[in-house]
Design a protein around this ligand. Sequence first.
Ligand SMILES: [Zn+2]
Length: 256
Amino acid sequence: MKFYSADIVFPICSTPLKDGIVVMDNSGVVIDVFENIAFLNNALQIQIEPSVIEKFHGILTPGFINSHCHLELSHLKGRISKHNKLTGFIKELISVRKQGENEEVLDAIKSAEKNMFNDGIVAIGDISNTSITFPIKNESDLLYHTFIEVFDLSELNTEKTWNTAKELEGMLKSNNRNSKCSISPHSPYSVTPFLFQKINKNKASLISIHNQETESENILFETGSGDLKSFFEATGNNLVHIKANGKIQYRTMYHY
Ligand SMILES: [Zn+2]
């Protein structure tokens, strides 16, 4: 057994403990957490010498979860302007996402992963539109659930979108590590009811959806117009699957 303590221990299951003690078995599994050495000795019916306890300054906490990550876009850090509204963000993202040589993209992914590890992140919900992160996930000590993200904007694109997602799912499932994944909708406005039905029939264990990220999304669902509508119309997508009914989208999102 190993014993660790810190100025503050966060057990999660109770309030933080000043000078709390974490007990681990030799394989690194947490067995218990105690308020102090007296509680520990009493519970384990042993006398632990204080010198056996490794003490850290700062806090001791369970690993953090990054519940929404786009690892494959790591090379775009700092390349997209801030405060540019959702439409500005999408426009810039489309124009820059293909920038960068494969090597540069992979290096940025590895570096972002290292940063997460150094920041205490142990598990990640990662949105993927491509397979570029799959080999890295196969080698990683971090734990991933991959959301294979789909959007079609028009039912003309649904079959192709779905087939690509299923191909990605098959590729990731052949990983020895981090093969857990689910096909997940991008947002209420970019996914047609036809695609939502397919996602539903596929019985995803988990989904992650971009929802109400901006006022223009609410306006789109309330009125059928606005910045987001104009943006998609200008790119040739009329969003005919969205029927305005005067309610903001969380009430009108498809029950799929
Ligand atoms: Zn996202």
